[in-house]
Design a protein around this ligand. Structure first.
Ligand code: UD1
Ligand code: CA
Length: 455
């Protein structure tokens, strides 16, 4: 049977105290709603519907181009009402799985189990045990332990409030009975809301089997209502990713002090020191060592390379056996080939650093194609921008650039040429020759330094 996933995301999230709707607040670098969408995809549903309301335009913009169906709920009259708004766009007869946009850690394995058990029943809900169940809907079971209803906290009797088995809100409803069960929902309750949870009691009234999957991971059902809870989920997410990395063989100096906001693949014997942030798609080859306080975004570091403390690498590919940093900044579209060295206070942008080439100190290399075995002296700047356009610098194999030189692009430094220190190079240099462009040194014998007059 085909599946339709409905993700509820219409609420404002008042307690976030934010101008932005709750579900777009980032968790581990992406909107929390995106986590729910990504997990839903793993179930291969026929359609994913997003129920949006508060700041709907903004949520739409952020979630666009992902083959999602948007359903607007202009007034938030309850979870049942939210789901009713989907009727027009739902494929008739599909099984329904309802998720919350503010419960981002839910695992696809749990959802799969719910769908599986849902097949032999009509309704399958996801419950969990809470030490403090206040605020949650409670799961009511009969003498033979069958689920008979969900009672909201505000509607519950004192006796029912003592129940610790709570409703996560996530629910599966079989396509064949869905329309009828939904039509049964009214708003005759303490909050005068249309409760989706009422499908349980209506199913029971109609003699349809209802079951519950009990989540054995209390963290996956956690919802975000305020900044504290968001930080708590960020912490959980971070620890989980750190544990995954260690299971994959990485040595983490302190699993409490690493921020993983994406997918990290590691080879053997990778080590990562404290306070690193790894974002997006990251690949670290065998034996890679990452020093403390580094930021890596959508980048790869090939085997045997070291990234020293305080370095930032974004959208770049680092070759094998490189030494990067400390304090290096490798900006997007940069590639370093094997055995390259990028030292401290060096910025590299949209450039290729050739095999065995070295840029060791205080340089800016931008829009540059560098060959092999080049040595760039301290303080060398490629002047790639004329105020309107960017131009390229070509530095061929075996070039030696003296310290404090400026290479004004477009310019080619030909093979094996040498640039004298302190030069401003505006013309292509010939192969194998020394080129420099500085004034001759002169000395003034009787020159006096200006001095302050004494009174
Ligand atoms: C709901 C459940 C409760 C469960 C709890 C778990 C109902 C009636 N109650 O209660 O049993 O224990 O979640 O957190 O379902 N939403 C909309 N439109 C609406 C109302 C809600 O999109 O009209 C969205 C919210 O943005 C939120 C989710 O649905 O993402 C849950 O809504 P919320 O108001 O937090 O439900 P609770 O009252 O906490
Ligand atoms: Ca809630």
């Amino acid at each position: 049977m085909s599946l339709s996933v409905i993700i509820l995301a219409a609420g404002k999230g008042t307690r976030m105290k934010s101008a932005r709707p709750k579900v777009i607040h980032p968790l581990a670098g992406k909107p929390m709603l995106q986590h729910v969408v990504d997990t839903s995809r793993k179930l291969e549903p026929e359609q994913i519907l997003l129920v949006i309301g508060h700041e709907a335009g903004l949520v739409r913009d952020i979630m666009q181009d992902q083959d999602l169906l948007f359903v607007e709920q202009n007034e938030q009259l309850g979870t049942g009402h939210a789901v009713m708004q989907c009727n027009e766009q739902l494929t008739a007869g599909n099984d329904i799985l309802v998720l919350y946009g503010d419960v981002p850690l839910i695992s696809d394995l749990t959802l799969e189990e719910m769908i599986k058990q849902g097949q032999d029943n009509v309704v399958c809900l996801l419950s969990f045990y809470a030490a403090n169940p206040t605020g949650y809907g409670r799961i009511i079971r009969d003498d033979s332990n069958h689920v008979t209803a969900i009672v909201e906290d505000k509607d519950a009797s004192d006796k029912q409030r003592e129940i610790n088995e709570c409703n996560s809100g996530i629910i599966f409803i079989k396509g064949s009975e869905y329309q009828q069960l939904l039509a049964d929902i009214d708003n005759d309750n303490a909050q005068q809301e249309y409760y989706l949870t009422d499908v349980v009691k209506h199913a029971v009234t109609r003699s349809h089997p209802v079951t519950a999957v009990l989540s054995n991971d209390e963290q996956e059902v956690l919802g975000v209502n305020n900044q504290q809870q968001l930080a708590q989920l960020e912490h959980i997410y971070r620890l989980r990713r750190a544990e995954e990395l260690m299971r994959a063989g990485a040595k983490l100096a302190d699993p409490q002090r690493i921020d993983i906001r994406g997918n990290v693949r590691v080879g053997q014997d990778v080590s990562i020191d404290v306070n690193c942030v790894l974002e997006g798609e990251i690949e670290l080859g065998d034996g890679v060592e990452i020093g403390p306080n580094c930021v890596l975004i959508n980048s790869s570091v090939a085997s045997g390379s070291q990234v020293h403390a305080m370095s930032i690498i974004e959208n770049a590919e680092i070759g094998e056996r490189n030494s990067i940093g400390p304090f290096a900044r490798i900006r997007p579209d940069s590639i370093t080939l094997d055995n390259a060295r990028i030292g401290n206070f060096v910025e590299v942008k949209k450039s290729v650093i050739g095999q065995g080439s070295k840029v060791n100190h205080l340089s800016y290399i931008g829009d540059t194609e560098m060959g092999a075995d080049v040595n760039i002296g301290a303080g060398t700047i490629t002047c790639n921008y004329d105020g309107a356009y960017k131009h390229k610098t070509i530095i061929e194999d075996d070039v030696f650039v003296g310290s404090d030189s400026q290479l004004v692009a477009p310019v080619t430094i030909s093979k094996s040429s040498t640039i004298g220190a302190g030069s401003t190079i505006t013309k292509n240099t010939p192969e194998n020759q020394l080129s420099f462009s500085r004034a001759k040194q002169v000395s003034f014998k009787n020159w006096q330094r200006p001095r302050k007059k004494k009174d």
